[in-house]
Ligand binder design. Sequence first.
Ligand code: NAD
Ligand code: LMR
Length: 395
Amino acid sequence: MPHHTGAQPAVKVAVLGAGGGIGQTLSLLLKTGLAPASVAQQRRVHIALYDVNRDAVAGAATDLSHIDTPVSVSWHAPEPAGADALADPLQACLAGAQLVVIPAGVPRKPGMTRDDLFNINAQIVRTLAGGIARHCDLAHVFVLLISNPVNSLVPVLVETLTQHCGADAALAAQIPRRAFGLTQLDAVRASSFLHQALDCEPSETAVVPVVGGHSGNTILPLFSQARIEPARGSGAAAESRTSTKAGAKIGAKSGATAMPALDPDVRQRLVHRVQFGGDEVVRAKNGAGSATLSMAYAGAQVACKFAEMLLGARGEVRDTLYAKVDGHVPLDAITEHVGYFSVPLTVTAAQGAAHADTHVLEQMDAYEREQLWPACLAELRESVDRGLEWAHAHR
Ligand code: NAD
Ligand code: LMR
């Protein structure tokens, strides 16, 4: 560990499964992406990497530690077979962590669904959740789960952490406000595919709300509420959007904020591509796994915001996260029939998920409400139930 000066203490981010395809790239993006906030806030950031694959995590951490950013790195792994186990490496990784990101788990191969990963990954999530419950401060830690199937494993994570709260009802109530699944990759894909479809300018960004879950029909991209904005740092005026190639291609009338409606066939193809975008990568990798780089990019976007909040560099995180929604999402269809859903949340360090923005759900158009929404809820409910049943059977 580096020598500590008088600077304020570290914000510690643990990455569990850091030796894998997502874990290594995500750790790189944290090592580089968190440096500016760390410098600005005069606070140390430490990333603690854990993996059961000792060589992979040792190699990644040593490699990262040569990068000249002011974010320190440590690695933790079980001792090799035959060696004395001196200390619990998971404990060493998690002790004092305020943010835990979990990309640990098996990825898909062609011909598999995310559900086929459930049994093995549920066991991994349960083990890691037990470590978090034992070694982190459950009233304050944030947990971001990447492992698939997200729709079922977030219930496993939340239930397992809650079981560790015992009779402490106040602590148990914190868990759903602090443990989330990452569905950001779906929004990244929707943005990217819409940008391509409309042949947008480099100075433009396509923003598409995506809610629901993270698998097939449960992914609900709301193209009716998509907008084209100036890309960050482009300096382009917001009104430039209506005079773009994008606007011209889709027969835009002028309008300052709302994007003109997409052709129904174009939209249907975009919806399908977002819902099954993961398959494209699994097929292309041809047995070598699933999306890693785009997931690390998407995961780092969210994880960096949480770390910046913990550093004091931002007041809150506003992001679409997959969470247990009873209590903070006032929509009966979700709270009563599904229980877990990805919606835009406002998260603060003190309160966790403090507010859900259900506007996007209220503003769905007829196609989204009548066709996409029922399929999403039906499939999501099965996935959530599977996770809950498994967690209850493994108390
Ligand atoms: P990978 O096989 O490259 O890496 C997984 C890592 O987890 C490996 O290094 C492995 O050693 C480690 N691991 C396994 N069991 C562990 C345990 N008990 N403790 C700690 N580490 C453990 O896989 P990947 O491509 O990085 O994908 C990881 C997971 O993320 C998969 O389940 C995949 O389906 C999922 N994923 C989710 C999204 C999403 O949008 N949420 C996107 C892509 C992938
Ligand atoms: C994705 O959407 O790329 C991930 O969930 C990985 C997968 O299995 O498709």
